[in-house]
Design a protein around this ligand. Sequence first.
Ligand code: NAP
Length: 306
Amino acid sequence: MQKTRKLNDGNSIPVIGLGTWKSEQNLVGEAVKFALTKAGYKHIDCASIYKNEPDVGQAFKEAFQTVKREEVFITSKLWNTEHHPEDVERAYRKTLSDLNLEYLDLYLMHWGVAFKKSGENLEPLNKDGKIITDNVAVKDTWQAMEELVKKGLVKSIGVANFTGPMLIDLLSYAKVTPVVDQIELHPYNTQDGLIEFCNYKEIAVTAYSSLGRQGADREGPRLFDEKIVENLAQKYKKTKAQVLLNWAVGRGTIAIPKSTNPERIAENIDIFDFELTADERNDLNSLNKNYRFVNPASWWGVPYFV
Ligand code: NAP
């Protein structure tokens, strides 16, 4: 298995990165420093909505005293209240300043929907508890993101949580093809069709929630309880997390497992010394039930994936 993958604009992305969603502000800095300086990570996934970018930025400042910035791939994401074209560059520069960086390797549109600006409230709900959207076309937001590339402010741009029809529309006008679609992927939600479409359009796919989320706030089925995952872990003398990450990378996607625990951070990148067989991958694929751990219907009062 290759450790990096070429993007459609010629840049390269390491196939394992560290996720930072729900990484507590007091823990994320040490996690990022450990990942970069001790565990061999070259890829960190951030977002302004995670509300920990200043903590990650402090860690970058310290880590980049010994690690070379240009050897690390850093992603962040434009939040839904910043979709107005005139807001995009300001939001991007705020993230750069929070992260203590001069450029990002990748800037993603976090979701293909604009929310009404509402002061500090980044997910404004109406009196019925439903999200208040704004009338900004994805096209206008994407064109503002393309400007960031033209101005040399960011290396690559992409999207997250885009479905097939959303990508088809975007590609009809995009002058810069998104390099990545970052989506939820694990054996309970394999999204084979969307991956096939992305391969056809040379859009790399980043898998989020590859471990099926393990935090205390998680709900739903447990990948770690699946017999097949346990059997494969035993066979290869690896952990269940390593089996799931090997499956993700082995099918050509990029994985960004989140952890703030040093042992687990090290474990999650130690996945390159074994390879599942085609039959084993099929066994894992057969767990698919299109189950989403990240389903905004519960936060925004209306479904997004329709
Ligand atoms: P995940 O990586 O599947 O799971 C994270 C959970 O697993 C944490 O509770 C972590 O706890 C635990 N964990 C990590 N390594 C482990 C191991 N080796 N053994 C057992 N448990 C382990 O879920 P995720 O955070 O949803 O997804 C990963 C990243 O993808 C996010 O952090 C974020 O950067 C990105 N993401 C993006 C979007 C989007 O909309 N674009 C949505 C969701 C996620 P500890 O920290 O205690 O180890």
